[in-house]
Design a protein around this ligand. Structure first.
Ligand SMILES: [Zn+2]
Length: 405
């Protein structure tokens, strides 16, 4: 990673990465998204949340389920999300293209290489275990209102980062199946996110609860089934925006949308606070102190068992964690230095004009994002052929699109 050298260097450890705008929706708002990448940034992160204990009393808070019933959990503070330093991939000399799975992929925990993983394992603090977070650069197409998917005229668009939890990411992946249904394609067609507009609906802004609506036929590119380009002005807006790398989040910014890195001293201090709070919580629960759990007035709705609810909550987080197969499906993560979207710059056309005949100058290995995006855009009008043309560059595709539009 790279960090800025300025007068505040070192304040928070490595220094700050300026955040890229994230997609933020209000409750009831929809967003129509064009997703021009087929890889997401994926990182294991630890959420550092000390339990709030006041005067020997564990503070509780009430949470709402989707069905409006309530349950209570220990209230926690927030020290932030830290990138796990556990090893996700091990170099494979015999086959460099296919690294071997590391402890994170195999077990979701790596006490030898991450002090937070070590604390989670040694102290049995489930809440400290690493979870997967994802970040995807998306183009949000401006619609006529917050609740409408109708495209505004004249068209405009904005690039933002869509951060997702592991569960949200799985639901998003399921949405891709909707693209297949939209066009009535069989399993032989490889579906990629840019083949349809992804529609996300915000059920609850406070909890960032999203629902994925049925994907819609894209108006900014040629319809993968009919070959029609419905809205050339929108295509200019979307591709014009996307073409310029300066408009897109950097690999560092995508990582920062998942979690931060701080240096060891800062991490140790924050971690110690969390560990202490859990030790105190345990002691209180064991009745070794005079305090006890608070009983917030009017929180326990009939039929709601708080401890059961807690258990379910834990189960959710376990399920969220222990999905190594899913973890690798989205993108390869490499404990630290790797950005799966490190290739972002590679498929960024240096100049909008692709006529230099050198679209492969900085080409990554065959599986780089450059090839993916080429593949996606290349699929316009000929989706059945998707999967071919690994060597085709983004520049070439854009050039071709220019010619056709
Ligand atoms: Zn870790």
């Amino acid at each position: 990673m790279q960090v800025d050298i300025d007068e505040n260097s070192g304040q928070g450890g490595f220094g700050e990465v300026e955040k890229f705008d994230e997609l933020k929706l209000e409750t009831g708002e929809v967003a129509r998204l064009a997703i021009l990448v087929s890889q997401a940034a994926a990182y294991y992160v630890h959420e550092l949340k000390p339990v709030e204990i006041v005067g020997g009393v564990i503070q509780m808070e009430v949470k709402n389920r989707k069905d409006k019933s309530t349950y209570e959990v220990p209230k926690t503070g927030w020290k932030g999300r830290r990138i796990c330093t556990g090893v996700t991939e091990i170099p494979n000399p015999a086959d460099p293209e296919h690294p071997l799975p590391g402890p994170m992929q195999l077990k979701g925990i790596d006490p030898e290489n991450c002090i937070v993983c070590a604390a989670a394992a040694e102290l049995g603090i489930l809440e400290l275990r690493a979870i997967l977070r994802y970040a995807i650069p998306v183009v949000r197409i401006t619609t006529t209102s917050r609740s409408s998917t109708d495209i505004q005229d004249p068209p405009s668009a904005k690039i933002c980062v869509l951060p997702l939890t592991a569960l949200q990411y799985r639901e998003f992946a399921t949405t891709l199946k909707g693209i297949r249904e939209l066009y009535g394609w069989g399993p032989e067609v490889k579906v990629t996110p840019s083949m349809a507009d992804i529609v996300i609906y915000c059920e609850d802004a406070g909890f960032r609860r999203y629902a994925w609506r049925t994907p819609m036929r894209p108006h900014w590119r040629k319809d993968p089934a009919t070959g029609d380009l419905r809205n050339p002005a929108l295509q200019l807006a979307v591709l014009g925006l996307w073409r310029n790398p300066a408009n897109r989040p950097t690999a560092e910014q995508l990582e920062a949308a998942c979690g931060r890195r701080t240096d060891l001293a800062f991490l140790q201090a924050d971690l110690a606070e969390v560990i202490d709070s859990y030790a105190e919580k345990k002691a209180i629960e064991a009745g070794e102190r005079t305090g006890g759990r608070t009983a917030p007035a009017g929180t326990a709705s009939p039929g709601t068992d708080a401890s059961l609810a807690e258990g379910l909550d834990d189960l959710e987080s376990i399920l969220g964690d222990e999905t190594p197969a899913t973890a690798t499906a989205g993108a390869a993560v490499d404990g630290g230095e790797a950005d799966d979207l490190a290739g972002l710059e590679e498929f960024a056309p240096g100049e909008p004009a692709a006529g230099n005949g050198n679209g492969h100058g900085a080409a990554e290995p065959a599986s780089s994002p450059a090839d993916d995006i080429a593949e996606e855009l290349g699929g316009a009008g000929e989706a059945e052929a998707a999967g071919a043309d690994e060597g085709e560059s983004f520049d070439d595709i854009l050039g071709a699109l220019d010619g056709l539009s």
